[in-house]
Each structure stands twice: as C-alpha cells, then as structure tokens.
Design a protein around this ligand. Structure first.
Ligand SMILES: Nc1ncnc2c1ncn2[C@@H]1O[C@H](COP(=O)(O)OP(=O)(O)OP(=O)(O)O)[C@@H](O)[C@H]1O
Length: 298
C-alpha cells in the first residue's frame, strides 16, 4: 500500500501543532477554536416548475476541527444539498453556515477545503496529472514540487500509469479517484466528500477507505463524508450523523468510539464492537419516520 505523506508537504495549520495525535487534539486551538463546519437552522428550498421543494429543514451540524463525520440518510434527503451549501455551491434559504468561522464564500476563496463529489468534475482538456495539479498551480506551488506531489497522489490512488491520459479515457471509478487525488493535493484542513467511493469496485473501495482514514489522521483534516453505506460510515467516522427523508433533518447520531489511532483494517471490519455500532446506526436510520407518511424508514 502506498504512503500518502509527501516528500515536501505544504505547511498547514495542523503541521504546526506537532505529531498526528497532537494535531488532532490541538486542532481546534490551531484553527482558532473554530469548528470546521458549523451549520445552524439551515433550511433550503428549491423553486422548480413543479413547485417548491423543501430539501432541508432546520438542520444543525457541527463538525470539529480534525473530526471525521459521516452523513447518512435515504436518497433525496438533502445530503448533497447540505454539502453544496457548505462548499458555497448553493445559497441557503435561511439559517447560517460557517467554515472555520468564516462564510462559505470566504472559506472557498481561502481554499480551506477540498471537495470530492459524486460527479468527478474534472477538466476534460487537462490530463489526469494536470487535473490533480490544478489546486497546487492555483496556490503557486513550484513546478518541481507539483510534479513530486502529483506523482505521489497518483500512486496512492493507483493511477500512476494514467498520468498522461485525459478524463474521457478513464472509467467512472478512475475519474473518481482522480478527483479524490485532486481534493487531497492541497492537504486541506477540511475535506468535503459526497459519496466519493460510490462508483468504485469493492476492493478499491476498501483500499481507498483505509487510505482516507490514514490521510485524515496524518493531516489532521476534518472530513464530512456522505455515504449510503452504514458499514462505510462506521468504519471511517468518529461520528455518524443520520438524516431523515425529505425535508432532510438530523434525526440522530452515533459516536463510533473507534479511536482515530485504531488502524482501519480487516481486523476492525470483523470486530464485534464494529458490528455493534453498525447495528446502532441502522436502528437510528430505521427509527426515522418518513415525513408525512407515518411509517418507518426502510
Ligand atoms: N437544483 C435543484 N433544483 C431543484 N431541486 C433540487 C435541486 N437540488 C436538489 N434538489 C432536490 O432536493 C432534494 C435533496 O436532494 P439531494 O441531492 O441533496 O439529496 P441526497 O440526499 O444527496 O440524495 P442521494 O442520496 O440520492 O444522492 C431532492 O428532492 C432533490 O430533487
């Protein structure tokens, strides 16, 4: 398995805080005690030709600096909408969102977060390597260092042989891996990931999960990770936040209690404590009533 630590990593606020454990513990201090994400009373409605769609209603979500939160809920409950609001790709209808104490717009301009969303969002005219290099170019990283980091990231996602290819020459899963490498290029202190592994085969998916877990510990980055998979959420996260069907609300959460220092490996997948947490999340998810229909979510 490849090593994600880069030969010449860019200094991040987390780097100043010492080793990985210290970084996590001191993450809040290093970032001025601001939560990575603080969403309060967030409501989002869309006006469509068919009428008004209420996607989110009164959503509160707090993600600490360095915390890994999985966001889980039925299809259409507004998970992507919430992520897009945090990433400044949509405007909220009411409520407030702060990213490291800043407006989403400010955080976007400061490149405080990396995003890896469902559709890979790659630039078709750039090669794989130049797509991954884009955030580094925007931040004025030298050509030599860009080359090293891109090579390392492509190795990590298993695409070294495709550096010179263009996105349309890759499968959907490969494109997704390019997008993940690009999101990680800047070693951001927040990663917003919307079903990033959804299109991957099971083996690659498990490898990427383990890599992501390690990366988040190494960099001290907070992660908000949307998934449909309960085991994936429990495997990766410090906390699994469960949303209701539309209009999406937060209906519960499960603290996994799996320390960040616990290796995300096959032993964990077979651990009774892991199964217990999976069951707990499933119960919260199934206990969420379907809005307006008075039946259990299934
Ligand atoms: N731009 C838009 N215009 C109108 N309606 C929208 C728009 N974006 C999202 N919606 C609606 O908002 C609701 C939430 O959608 P969203 O994509 O956030 O859900 P999701 O939980 O991410 O779903 P999935 O798990 O299937 O990806 C849906 O009913 C969707 O149709």
């Amino acid at each position: 398995m490849s090593d994600l630590s880069t030969p010449t990593p860019a200094p991040t606020p987390a780097d100043a805080a010492g080793g990985p454990a210290e970084r996590r513990a001191e993450g809040a201090a290093a970032t001025g005690t601001s939560a990575a994400v603080s969403a309060r009373g967030v409501t989002k409605t869309f006006r469509t030709r068919q009428g008004v769609v209420e996607a989110l209603r009164d959503v509160d979500l707090e993600v600490g600096a360095g915390e890994f939160v999985a966001l889980l809920g039925p299809s259409g409950c507004g998970k992507s909408t919430l992520m897009r609001l945090v990433a400044d790709l949509e405007q909220l209808t009411s409520g407030s969102i702060e990213v490291f104490g800043k407006s989403p717009d400010r955080a976007r301009r400061d490149q405080d977060y990396g995003i890896a969303f469902q559709s890979a969002g790659l630039l078709p005219w750039r090669t794989v390597a130049r797509n991954v290099a884009l955030p580094l170019e925007l931040h004025g990283i030298s050509r030599r260092e860009r080359k090293e980091r891109v090579a390392h990231l492509l190795d990590m996602v298993g695409l070294s042989d495709f550096a010179g290819h263009h996105p349309d020459q890759l499968s959907g899963g490969m494109q997704q891996r390019v997008a993940i490498a690009r999101a990680l290029a800047e070693q951001p202190r927040l990663l917003l990931m919307d079903e990033p592994f959804g299109a991957l085969d099971e083996m690659t998916r498990e490898r990427m999960q383990a890599e992501l877990a390690r990366i988040s510990v190494e960099t001290g980055a907070a992660v908000v990770f949307v998934t449909h998979s309960i085991p994936e959420g429990v495997f990766l996260a410090d906390r699994v936040v469960v949303m209701s069907p539309r209009p999406g609300r937060v209906v519960g959460e499960v603290v996994t209690g799996i320390g960040r220092d616990v290796p995300r490996d096959d032993a964990l997948r077979q651990d009774p404590a892991f199964f217990a947490r999976v069951t707990e999340v499933r119960e919260v998810l199934h206990g969420a009533p379907v809005a307006g229909e008075g039946r259990e979510l299934r």
